[in-house]
Design a protein around this ligand. Sequence first.
Ligand code: 3HC
Length: 293
Amino acid sequence: MARDIQQVGVVGLGTMGAGIVEVFARSGLSVVAVEKDDEAVARGRGHLEGSTGRAVARGKITEADQQQLLDRVHFGTDVGALAEVDLVVEAVPEHLDLKRAIFGELDKVCKPETILASNTSSLSITEIAVATGRPGKVVGMHFFNPAPVMKLVEVIRSVVTEQDVVDDVEALVQKLGKVDVTVGDRAGFIANALLFGYLNHAVSLYESNYASREDIDAAMKLGCGLPMGPLALLDLIGLDTAYEILDTMYAQSRDRLHAPRPVFKQMITAGLLGRKSGKGFYTYDAAGSPAVV
Ligand code: 3HC
């Protein structure tokens, strides 16, 4: 019988984790949101308040709706608070050892039937799954940035993921008002496998001074009808995240298309991470909108 998923957990409240919390809370689910320390919890809470506050300002929801949504989310630093949830989504940085350690902990505290999902962009679900005593209940649930807006969720099944787990996660994605595509466990899944070669190539055009950042972005936005150009999109994704995704895909495929361009490392070292640090290929104001060009 299908699980009745009412209470969920999210571990990691960065850009993606906080966005995923918002998606769940908007759908009426009760959410336990966990981060490693109080500062990170405050950042995650601030992200949720900011995003729902903008929805109020745009007249999309009322202040009462916002309050009800915020009341459905319980923030904290204790993984033990996830003991009763029906499904957990992990959204911590893309480091396999960190994710495996967290899944080991989740396996200990969560009910045996709880589904453990990772929002990994490119790491192996199988390698994460075998860090638990319930690999059949481990699955990928890959959201796109910004999570409250983008309609797609990739559902990743490993060779041992149980079919009822895949069915229940697909049903949950639909309940969230999103569209699921289901895919096997290969770096980049569908969307990132196709997207990141293009983004990397755009960086190589920029790096070689072949064209300006504005012209590269204008070409793809206005010439190809994309919602944003590749360099603006990299700023949205975060250069550190993009680097890790490319690096993982390159390690698996050895396809030079995915060998991260050198400028990624230079910009990351200089703290130019994109919107989240206020500067990447472009400069942003405190609200994350393009500011000085
Ligand atoms: N959080 C919540 N809502 C947001 C948001 C955010 N960060 N950014 C924008 N929105 C909402 C706005 O509130 C607005 O909502 P409304 O229609 O209900 O009023 C709506 O999105 C449109 O926003 P704007 O009018 O401000 O701006 P745009 O129309 O230019 O849309 C965009 C902004 C949705 C970001 C659009 O430019 C876009 O779709 N860009 C491409 C994003 C993309 O490709 N994402 C995938 C990246 S790859 C990835 O995530 C994979 C991972 O593994 C790295």
